[in-house]
Design a protein around this ligand. Structure first.
Ligand code: TYM
Length: 336
């Protein structure tokens, strides 16, 4: 049986969060164990340039992200890992795809709109890289022609955009690129972990209020403090209801996904508990146990290993990327 190719990535704009772990990274851990899967993941350091970042920060983020991949249990023997800037062909495909995309399509993207509406005179202040962000993302994906992309809920729109581009390529140029599917977990399985102090908004790496976000490398006492300070409600009953009980629901999802039990089971566990502080302490213990393990692995990792990991499958990945790009270029008429 032919293996299914699974693809995933993260941007090296900052430190990884519990949202990244639950929404995407933890799902990859299970998928890499299935011999019928070929898993490819990467660190998007070109995407990271869309917001101002120093050389030192960028390099630190990439190293930290890579070490965290390994520390959480991604096995470079089972999962192929690369750095976006290592596979230069993505830039060529990015250009080709940009010719098939309208400015209006890009302006409609939520991520762009969020940034664009935040400041006056924004078109003069926002780099075009932010507008083009989804095209580069589509290029990342199409270059490897995967069956599935493993992402959190916030990437849904970008995946739809990528699928549209694939259809356009296949229709206009008669390519046979697979119509990739997004594998996005259910909300109850952690596809969207919310900000602790503001559970109507997603937990984000770049939140100004650091109490909203749990970083995988946060000090454990800080983690506990943040969880104890999470916004809940005044009902003192613990069950899942996204509308009425966004804060409690978020903590329940965090707890059940880390403990690897169903949400129903977690609700059962807390059925008779009416003390939110106790509830938060139990959730915090669960999170801290996980992070303690990750952090121990992280600190045992040597930076020297990183280059080795990035080179492990590079030749194969470049070959795959070249092959796929050449097929597209040939169909378009770019190869004589
Ligand atoms: P990034 O770095 O923002 O996030 C990495 C992954 O984590 C998921 N995620 C979340 N899941 C649940 N709850 C949250 N609060 C949460 N926050 C983030 C994201 O959905 C993502 O799966 N554009 C991508 C990187 C990228 C990419 C790609 C991914 C570039 N090209 C091609 C897949 C395929 C991003 O910025 O992810």
């Amino acid at each position: 049986m032919e293996k299914k190719r699974l693809f995933s990535g993260l941007t090296s704009t900052g430190r990884l969060t519990l949202g990244n772990y639950i929404g995407s990274l933890s799902k990859l851990l299970k998928l890499q164990e299935d011999k019928n899967n070929e898993v490819i993941i990467f660190i998007a350091n070109l995407h990271a340039l869309t917001i101002p970042i120093t050389k030192a920060e960028l390099l630190r983020n990439v190293k930290e992200n890579l070490k965290l991949y390994i520390a959480i249990g991604i096995d470079p023997k089972k999962t192929k890992i690369y750095l976006q800037s290592q596979i230069e062909k993505v830039n060529e495909l990015f250009y080709i795809l940009s010719t098939m995309t309208t400015i209006g399509q890009l302006e409609r993207m939520t991520q762009y709109k969020d940034k664009a509406t935040k400041q006056a005179n924004s078109t003069f202040k926002i780099p075009t890289g932010i507008l083009f962000y989804p095209i580069l993302m589509a290029a990342d994906i199409i270059l490897f022609n995967p069956d599935y992309v493993i992402v959190g809920n916030d990437q849904k729109q970008h995946l739809e955009f990528t699928r549209d581009l694939i259809l356009k390529l296949n229709n206009n140029y008669d390519t046979d690129i697979k119509l990739v599917e997004a594998k996005i977990a259910d909300l109850k399985e952690g596809a969207k972990i919310m900000a602790l102090k503001n559970p109507k908004q997603k937990m984000s790496k770049s939140d100004q209020n650091k109490d909203n976000t749990i970083y995988l490398l946060d000090d454990l006492l800080e983690v506990k403090r943040k969880i104890l300070g999470a916004l809940t409600d005044s009902e003192n009953k613990i069950y899942y209801d996204l509308e009425k009980k966004a804060g409690v629901s978020n903590l329940l999802v965090i707890y059940s996904t880390i403990k690897n039990i169903s949400l129903k089971k977690a609700e059962q566990e807390f059925k008779n508990l009416t003390d939110y502080r106790k509830f938060k302490e139990i959730v915090a213990d669960q999170v801290c146990n996980l992070l303690a393990k990750i952090q121990k692995n992280y600190h045992n990792l040597n930076d020297d290993k990183l280059i080795e990991i990035l080179n492990y499958n590079l030749k194969y990945l470049k070959k795959e990327a070249n092959k796929n790009l050449d097929k597209i270029k040939d169909k378009i008429g770019l190869i004589l």
